[in-house]
Design a protein around this ligand. Structure first.
Ligand code: MD6
Ligand code: FE
Length: 217
């Protein structure tokens, strides 16, 4: 063994798992920031509360959402889109907390995406039984930028599919503090989240919160 193995955390590949070309899981990457992240989530969702939005098809989503940054994603009976105003408050989304931005930039860098500058963070709250059906993230303008996804609270089974909805999905367990970065050839893969199993997380309680950082405009 050489000293450099100890001298620089970036040399340690142990917790970096490649799911597919362009998609990597950084196990536990967000753990050092958990306290700051929770405080920032509380601050953002005090201004722009979690809400269960309606899909264009007329269904109420089981996942409750909020967001921050210059844009956040909304859905209603007229469709999906990003917008700079929170339709619930009539005000701009809260600005992106520094602890959010810093984590997203470092995770992207660690995964090999230099210079990621997110202008949007969606905050998804899963209570027990909530799920996200298979979808692609394709409302963003620039597919060159990756998406950085941070899991907090209860563990979930993430479905990681292919470029066609009918492609078989991988099932990936995501635990508190895990960060997924995906871009490049993985950017338009279908993905979803299985119904959240019952449990209580010591810091977060009976829920999972997912942050996804994007470059929207
Ligand atoms: C979730 N995540 O984990 C939902 N999208 O709650 C997503 O939909 C997602 O994790 C694009 C990239 C990464 C993601
Ligand atoms: Fe997504």
């Amino acid at each position: 063994m050489t000293l450099s193995l100890f001298g620089n955390a970036d040399d340690d590949q142990t917790w970096r798992e490649e799911l597919a070309p362009g998609a990597v899981v950084l196990r536990g990457f967000a753990l050092p920031d958990e306290t700051g992240l929770v405080a920032a989530i509380d601050a953002v969702t005090t201004q722009s509360p979690f809400r269960n939005m309606e899909t264009p098809g007329g269904y109420r989503m089981s996942v409750a959402m909020s967001g921050c940054g210059e844009y956040a994603w909304v859905t209603d009976t007229s469709g999906y889109r990003y917008q700079s105003m929170d339709p619930m408050t009539g005000k701009p989304w809260p600005s992106m907390p520094a602890v959010f931005r810093s984590l997203a930039e470092r995770a992207a860098m660690r995964a090999g995406f230099e210079g990621f500058a997110p202008d949007s963070c969606l905050i998804n709250r899963y209570e027990i039984g909530a799920r996200m059906s298979l979808h692609q993230d394709k409302n963003e303008k620039d597919f060159n930028a990756p998406i950085v996804s941070v899991s907090l609270g209860l563990p979930a089974v993430f479905l990681f599919g292919g470029l066609n909805r009918s492609d078989k999905s991988l099932r990936v367990q995501l635990a508190h503090g895990d960060v997924v970065v995906w871009g490049g050839p993985a950017r338009l893969r279908y993905h979803g989240v299985m119904p959240l199993a019952a449990g209580v997380h010591p810091l977060m309680g009976a829920q999972r919160i997912n942050l996804t950082f994007r470059k929207v405009a």
